[in-house]
Write a protein that binds this ligand. Structure first.
Ligand code: ADP
Length: 306
């Protein structure tokens, strides 16, 4: 095999209570990438559409992730990469993670799959560091593996795939404003009160238990964030109205997707998801800020060859 085309899905990180550790893969929005073996050694990005991101291999998330996987291999050939972005950078639905996970998945396929998808996460994290300054896996892991993932720890990297009930739908409203991850980090406080920590880890446990036992009520009760959302929501115009509109229309829970500005809701079943999407949309119209909205089932597969 000398060439492949892949789909790299968008992801929702944090899921309210799981700041920096939980993530979820969605289905109908994602980038496409094409990989070709080339006689020239190394990694060359030959085409980018849909985004103004760097062509330089060492500045592009995809380039750095791709270099990480071939670093210790003594290859007689190299790779060309085309990146076709559909996920806007700075949208909060894992734009950089899609490129990072996609790059290592694509190269691994052309190498004859020396690594499992789980093993690939560590290389993709090196790419993510270009966008955010630190190697983190809360978007990369669900993009790579699909479904819900928990980053239990980094030392050593310990990623847990979590089963999810089949009727779970995500709605994502993406306002067309950019929030830099660094700005969204700057509003956070380094210390948290013990009482908030207790509430938060109770909810993380509840969410995981709810997913495994397919208890939608428990999932809903647990989708709360008393630590990060109160500090970050001011960065997103009309956040409270959109969130309340989602909850009042039957969403199990709603909150900030990743570092924002996207707002997500989780719902039981497609009908409720459509009603929730309408309500969120109506609540956002007041802002006059353009936005797009996506309804998606949980994507159980993650990045894939198309
Ligand atoms: P997101 O959370 O949506 O991934 P970030 O703000 O974390 O957004 O990362 C986007 C930053 O990474 C932008 O500054 C962008 O220019 C840079 N970047 C470099 N390469 C890529 C790439 N292949 N895809 C997306 N963003 C990239």
């Amino acid at each position: 095999m000398n060439e492949i085309k892949i789909f790299c899905p968008a992801t929702i990180a944090n899921l309210n209570c799981g700041f920096d550790v939980l993530g979820l893969c969605i289905d109908n929005i994602g980038d496409e990438m094409i990989f070709r073996k080339s006689p020239q050694k190394g990694i060359k990005i030959t085409k980018i559409t849909g985004a103004d991101i760097p062509y330089e291999t060492d500045k592009n998330v995809a380039g750095v992730a791709a270099l990480a996987i071939i670093e210790n291999l003594d290859l007689e050939y190299g790779f060309e990469i085309e990146i076709h972005k559909k996920i806007k950078a700075g949208s909060g639905i894992g734009s950089s993670a899609a490129s990072a996970a996609g790059a290592v998945y694509g190269i691994n396929e052309l190498l004859g799959k020396p690594y499992t998808k789980k093993e690939l996460v560590q290389f993709a994290m090196k790419g993510e560091a270009v966008a955010s300054g630190s190697e983190h896996a809360d978007n990369v892991a669900p993009c790579m593996l699909g479904g819900f993932t928990l980053v239990r720890g980094y030392n050593p990297l310990d990623i847990i795939q979590i089963e999810s009930p089949s009727e779970l739908y995500a709605v994502v409203l993406h306002p067309q404003i950019e929030i830099k991850t660094s700005d969204a980090r700057a509003v956070l406080k380094p210390m948290i009160p013990l009482q908030s920590a207790i509430t938060q880890w109770g909810n993380v446990g509840g969410l995981i238990a709810g997913l495994y036992t397919k208890d939608y009520e428990l999932i809903g009760r647990s989708l709360r964030d008393v630590i990060v959302e109160p500090l970050r929501k001011g960065l997103i115009p009309n956040f409270d109205n959109v969130k309340n509109a989602a909850l009042n229309t039957g969403a199990l829970g709603a909150g900030i997707s990743g570092a924002g500005p996207s707002i997500f809701a989780l719902c039981k079943g497609e009908t409720i998801a459509r009603n929730v999407a309408n309500a969120m949309q109506n609540a956002y119209l007041e802002t006059k800020i353009p936005f797009d909205i996506h309804i998606s089932k949980v994507n159980p597969q993650g990045v894939k060859t198309i």
